[in-house]
Design a protein around this ligand. Structure first.
Ligand SMILES: O=C(O)[C@H](CS(=O)(=O)O)OP(=O)(O)O
Ligand SMILES: [Mg+2]
Length: 246
C-alpha cells in the first residue's frame, strides 16, 4: 500500500486521487468539529465550499442548520460557528448541518471529485487508519492547510495516521510512505507526548488562542477521543459503523 501526503488543498491534483482512499484532515478546526457533531448525534453534514452555496441549500431545506466560519468567526445569519463545543449539545442531535469553512470544506470538495473520502483529525486517527487500511487501496492524505499554505497540525495528524497504518501493516501489504509522510511521522513521534503544547505553538493554534478559542485548540489536540469515521457519500458526511479497535 502506498501512502502519499499532500500538504495543502491547492497542491491536490484530481489525477493523483483517482481510485485511492483519500483522507482529509483539518485539525483546526473543521474536521475536528465535523467529528464532534456526528459523534453527538447529528444525522449528516453537507460540506460546501462557499457561503452562497450554503445559503442556497438552506433555502431548499429550511429545517437544516447552517454552520461555519470566515476568518475564524461565525458567518452572519448562520446557526453555528466552527467551534467543536457548539456541536456537542442537543441542538445538533438528529439534525442535518450545512457547513462551510475557509479550508476544510474546500479540501473535502476537492477530494470528492475522486476516490473514497474519509475524514480525520487527531480525535479519530486510529479509527480512521483502521477503516482506510480495510479498504485495501493506496491512500492519499490530504492536509487542508490554511489559505493554501501547509499547516503544522494537519501534518502532525498525517504522521499520526501513518504511525497507525504502519502498525496495521502486519495484517496486510507492506506500507510505502512518501518523503513528506516520513517527515511527518517523525514529527508526530517527537510531539505526541506534548500534543497540546505543540498545537498551541502553531500559527493556527496561536491565532485561535488570541481570538479566544484556546479551549478549542486544547480539545482538538486530544488523540483518539472519538473513535468514529465520517465518510463522504452523495455529497454528505455520515458515520461508518464502528469497527473493533486494536
Ligand atoms: O475556523 C478555523 O479554525 C479555520 C479558520 S481560518 O481559515 O484558520 O481563519 O478554518 P478551517 O477551515 O477549519 O481551517
Ligand atoms: Mg484549518
Amino acid at each position: 500500500m502506498d501512502i502519499t501526503v499532500i500538504p495543502s488543498v491547492n497542491e491536490a491534483r484530481s489525477d493523483d486521487l483517482v481510485n485511492k482512499t483519500v483522507i482529509v484532515i483539518d485539525v483546526l478546526r473543521a474536521t475536528s468539529t465535523m467529528l464532534t457533531a456526528l459523534a453527538h448525534g447529528c444525522d449528516a453534514i453537507y460540506p460546501v465550499e462557499t457561503v452562497l452555496q450554503a445559503k442556497q441549500l438552506l433555502l431548499e431545506q429550511q429545517d437544516w442548520l447552517a454552520g461555519g466560519e470566515r476568518y475564524c468567526k461565525k458567518i452572519p445569519g448562520f446557526d453555528l460557528g466552527n467551534s467543536p463545543f457548539e456541536y456537542m449539545d442537543d441542538k445538533v442531535a438528529s439534525k442535518t448541518i450545512i457547513l462551510t469553512t475557509a479550508n476544510g470544506t474546500r479540501a473535502i470538495q476537492k477530494a470528492n471529485r475522486s476516490g473514497t473520502v474519509l475524514i480525520a483529525s487527531l480525535l479519530n486517527g486510529r479509527a480512521c487508519a483502521i477503516e482506510a487500511a480495510a479498504l485495501n487501496k493506496d491512500i492519499v492524505i490530504l492536509c487542508s492547510g490554511t489559505q493554501d499554505v501547509f499547516a503544522f497540525e494537519d501534518g502532525i495528524c498525517a504522521g499520526q495516521l501513518i504511525e497507525e497504518l504502519q502498525g496495521l501493516s502486519g495484517q496486510g501489504k507492506p506500507v510505502n510512505v512518501d518523503d513528506l509522510g516520513l517527515s511527518q511521522l517523525h514529527a508526530f513521534r517527537q510531539v505526541q507526548s506534548a500534543m497540546t503544547e505543540a498545537l498551541l505553538k502553531s500559527s493556527n493554534g496561536k491565532r485561535l488562542d488570541k481570538l479566544g478559542f484556546r479551549e478549542d485548540v486544547i480539545y482538538c489536540s486530544r488523540m483518539n477521543l472519538i473513535p468514529v469515521v465520517p465518510v463522504m457519500q452523495g455529497g454528505r458526511l455520515t458515520l461508518l459503523p464502528v469497527k473493533q479497535l486494536h
